[in-house]
Design a protein around this ligand. Structure first.
Ligand SMILES: [Zn+2]
Length: 303
């Protein structure tokens, strides 16, 4: 179990890369866990170092609906009866898991829905547990926890419900899946948006935070986050160039482009081919919008 102390009362229990995530734990007037995607045993081990237990958790806050970020919410709720807080887009998805599946593109009829459900149940067991959000948040809402105040900051793109959480007094921001990993920005669902993702990155770059906390880096606190965000954002353009060159070399359809995967080069799992396809679809739409390619009767060609 590893954890980092960021400041008095603010900690990160490291979950690291997908299918886990880093969990923020705040110990102030309340015990708050943001994104319970680290192993529960590690969370328990960390709390014990502060003479606390899983039963002492008062609140769980969710940054967005992805299974790796919500996975242990209901388990913690069953143990501690903690309240669950999420924003107004996430909340109805959490309350109705069929809505969550549809939101993520895996509506009934999606050919890899069963495989995706299997993947979630194998790697993120608990993410489909039924439950209810107790407190629905809006953009800019504040949580006062004594010496520490949290504030929501909507940052869509990764998904439309994605939000960051500012930790005001120590002046940090938990950026969740604007995660600064080497993989780069993830927008692999039909309702993800490259344009919104770039705007959200810019929004964070305009913030004057003393530190930025990644949802997936094993060393989660990033101080030079403005430069790192620029490099992170640049990967979107590099992928777009690869999609364009694939079309220049003769690929005319999305399956022809994904035959040589760009996002997941060592792709073997059909669910990841679905994610690759959705990401490439966003790039194709963006290339059409910028006038670099056109689509005629389902065939793509350079202009
Ligand atoms: Zn996510």
């Amino acid at each position: 179990m590893t954890f980092s102390k960021l400041t008095d009362g603010v900690f990160v229990v490291i979950g690291g890369t997908f299918p886990r995530c880093n969990s923020i734990v705040i110990i102030a007037d309340e015990v708050v866990v943001i994104d319970p995607g680290c192993p529960v045993e590690d969370l328990r081990g960390f709390l014990m170092t502060h003479d606390l237990n899983l039963r002492d958790i008062d609140t769980v806050i969710l940054s967005h609906i992805h299974p790796d970020h919500i996975v242990h919410t209901m388990r913690l709720n069953r143990l501690s009866n903690c309240r669950i807080a999420a924003n107004e887009i996430t909340a109805p998805l959490f309350d109705e898991k069929e809505e969550m599946k549809r939101f993520l593109g895996f509506e009934k009829g999606n050919p890899v829905r069963k495989l995706w459900e299997q993947l979630v149940n194998e790697k993120m067991y608990g993410a489909f547990d039924e439950g209810r959000v107790d407190e629905v948040l809006s953009n800019g809402d504040k949580f006062s926890l004594g010496d520490i105040t949290l504030k929501t900051l909507y940052t869509p793109g990764h998904l439309p419900d994605h939000m960051c959480i500012e930790i005001l007094e120590p002046n940090l921001v938990f950026a969740s899946d604007i995660d600064l990993t080497e993989f780069g920005p993830y927008y692999g669902h039909p309702n993800s948006s490259i344009r919104d993702f770039k705007n959200s990155i810019r929004k964070l770059q305009h913030g004057k935070y003393s530190g930025f906390i990644s949802g997936h880096l094993k060393e989660p606190l990033v101080v030079d986050y403005k430069d790192r965000l620029t490099a992170y954002s640049r990967q979107i353009g590099m992928r777009e160039d690869l999609v364009l060159s694939s079309i220049l070399e003769g690929a005319k359809t999305i399956p022809e482009i994904t035959a040589n995967p760009i996002i997941y080069p060592s792709l073997t799992h059909p669910v990841f081919l679905q994610f690759e396809t959705w990401m490439i679809e966003h790039h194709v739409a963006s290339l059409i919008a910028s006038g670099l390619i056109e689509e005629d009767k389902g065939k793509l060609s350079p202009i």
